[in-house]
Design a protein around this ligand. Structure first.
Ligand SMILES: C[S@@+](CC[C@H](N)C(=O)[O-])C[C@H]1O[C@@H](n2cnc3c(N)ncnc32)[C@H](O)[C@@H]1O
Length: 473
């Protein structure tokens, strides 16, 4: 991080602006909003500055710059059109350890003005560290449309209750949970509709409600890895949780988005490497919720597709714990889209079957007769280790050895790799390409469409073919 974002209180603090033109005026307007005591130093001033001075908003000092002018200032801004003067201002401030901004000359700045979204008292500052101001401005425009106007009045309302809430809840965690409940309640919609008195009354009632806060578990699907595939709801709940219980399958980029001060508990789960037993994870979720915590149980893909979400929710329901289930994009949908493979296609596949290569109980066999039928797609999860068996069974039950296959490793992530081959070569190609988990097998005529439809921006490594694929009809 090149600049530490801080919000400074300039109320009644002396600030020197060197320069008397339009550029200086823009900065001065921001400084006056923050109630700084502004002195403008320049040999001459534009009309607006003279007007502001006549209104008593600032002082004008008609002079050429000399280093002593910065003495005693909290901040200094150089906004002249003369590079030498700007450099002198910067040097003088630096020599006295005073923060200085030189307009449009980032190397000479010890602080920079960010782009601002102003919903007083909520202020959002955006900076590109001077590298891409237009990008920062566009981001600001996006945020302007996303952040509702009522957020300012809401912050003002809750600000008035802060001391009372501090008095009622001694521990920081309890206060935080209280505020989370407030922001999930009708207090927000009341402020939004202008019913400030109603919002105030409800906040008051919530504060006097002595019932213990209830815990809750959010069973959240995080999708296959690309953080942009998270749903808005998943993101909201990840931000609300006190505790996040996660698997290895959840990508690092997604874990970056959970609340900074949430407790993180990894319960492992890789085929053959279960660091925490499923029963212990179930019990952990129940106990955390019983302690009144908001628990985000985050899982790769969709929680109800080979994610043991069903087992966990059964245990929560039996223990009378409140829960929410948030679907995620399952690996089959994510991997196929990012590899340019439609799972169904009117010409090639009328059905799709989701299959696991890793059954719970030994001896539990799949219905190979049904899986080997042509003109359907198999999306096989956890199939890498068992690929020789899968290949042998499908061939033995009549699937052609030339059936196209795609192996998608790390689907939707930056490291996505797609290997395409034919069913007769599946296990050999998995070994030859050293395919690692997580990887999904897509078996069926549609896999050949990867060649035609893959957008290589989404696929880091180009597909490799065991042998040229027969062109599909
Ligand atoms: C325990 S299952 C979990 C599936 C998950 N609940 C879902 O809906 O995608 C793990 C398997 O999903 C597949 N998988 C999950 N994420 C993947 C990814 N990003 N790329 C390829 N395969 C993935 C792999 O087959 C992996 O072995």
């Amino acid at each position: 991080m090149q600049y530490l974002p801080i919000f400074t209180k300039l109320d009644n603090k002396p600030v020197l602006v060197v320069g008397g033109g339009e550029v200086a005026l823009r900065k001065i307007r921001a400084l006056l909003k923050a109630r700084a005591v502004v002195t403008v130093l320049a040999p001459e001033f534009c009309d607006e500055l003279i007007q502001l001075s006549e209104q008593g908003e600032l002082s004008l000092k008609q002079a050429y710059f000399s280093a002593e002018a910065v003495d005693g200032m909290a901040l200094v801004i150089a906004a002249t059109d003369n590079d030498d003067v700007n450099a002198q201002v910067s040097d003088a401030a630096d020599a006295r350890n005073i923060f200085v901004n030189v307009v449009d000359d980032q190397p000479k700045c010890s602080f920079i003005f960010p782009s601002i979204v102003d919903r007083n008292p909520i202020t959002i500052a955006i900076s590109s560290a001077g590298t891409a101001p237009v990008l920062a401005r566009r981001l600001r425009e996006k945020l302007e449309t996303l952040i509702p106007q009522h957020i300012g009045p809401l912050a003002q309302l809750v600000g008035g209750f802060r001391d009372k809430v501090k008095g009622r809840f001694k521990h920081f965690a309890d206060r935080r949970q209280f505020w989370e409940r407030v922001f999930d309640s009708h207090v927000v919609s009341k402020v939004q509709s202008g019913d400030t008195a109603g919002a105030q009354q409800q906040l008051h009632d919530m504060l006097n409600d002595t019932a213990e806060p209830q815990g809750e578990v959010y069973v959240v699907g995080a999708g296959p890895g690309d953080p942009e595939l998270l749903t808005l709801k998943a993101l909201q709940l990840m931000q609300q949780a006190d505790v996040v219980v996660y698997d290895y399958l959840v990508s690092d980029e997604i874990m970056e988005l959970v609340r900074r001060d949430a407790d993180l508990i990894c319960v492992g789960k890789r085929a053959g490497h279960h660091s925490v037993k499923q029963e212990d994870t179930n019990q952990m979720l129940v106990e955390l919720a019983q302690q009144g915590k908001k628990v985000c149980r985050i899982k790769g893909g969709d929680p109800f597709i080979y994610g043991r979400g069903g087992e966990e929710v059964q245990v929560l329901a039996a223990a009378n714990i409140r829960y929410q289930i948030v679907p995620g994009i399952t690996a089959a949908a994510g991997c196929s889209a990012y590899a340019g493979i439609p799972l169904t296609h009117r010409d090639h596949a009328q059905a799709i079957q989701f299959v696991t290569g890793h059954c719970k109980k030994e001896g539990q066999e799949l219905d190979w007769q049904s899986l080997a039928k042509p003109n359907q797609t198999l999306a096989i999860y956890m199939g890498v280790i068992k690929s020789p068996h899968i290949q042998a069974q499908l061939l033995a039950h009549g699937r052609s050895e030339h059936t196209p296959v795609a192996i998608v490793e790390n689907g939707t992530r930056k490291s996505q790799r797609v290997v395409t081959t034919e069913l007769g070569q599946l296990a050999t190609q998995i070994e030859a390409n050293n395919i690692q988990s997580p990887a999904l097998l897509i078996i069926g005529e549609v896999a050949a469409l990867h060649q035609e439809l893959a957008w290589f921006g989404q696929t880091e490594q180009i597909a490799s073919y065991a042998q040229p694929l027969a062109k599909i009809a």
